[in-house]
Design a binder for this molecule. Sequence first.
Ligand SMILES: [Zn+2]
Length: 184
Amino acid sequence: MYTKISEYNSVIKNSQIDKNDFDFAISVIKSLQNELESYTEKGSGSFLAAIYDENRNIIAKCANTVVNDNCSNSHAEINVIKAAEQKLNTYDLSAYNLSIYITAEPCMMCLGAILWSGIKNVYYGVPSEYVEEITGYDEGFKQNWIKEFSKRGIRVYGNIEPELGKSVLKKYINDGKKIYKPKR
Ligand SMILES: [Zn+2]
């Protein structure tokens, strides 16, 4: 697959990225965005995440299931981390050099979950400012999180295929699907 230079330059990142890893990240994020509707049709929320090992084998893939579970913390990232830890039978994923791919930037809760999991690389689609603008979700307060992740040896690459991701979120809203959040 050929990656345009402009696409590479628009990535939000805290370290250099290998071109092959970037091309792979684009293909995973694209496929997650394209698959998302098949999950939301079954009542899932508008986010999907997958965890891959260093050989690019998928370990787990989960959508947001806040509404289906009646659980405010059933975000895609939390669900997929739980699934990976159960599959690998460990609470510490750091030995596996895993990557998480997410259709949108993690919220403040999921940043914590990623930190405690031992995941080494984070790739995401739509930045939070656009998620909030399009959906009305509150993504929390996350000052300097990408730099903080860097201090802890976690590589972050975001804003991958953002236009595709924004269009998927807009469709979710236009279809009248549920925005799940506490009343303020
Ligand atoms: Zn979250």
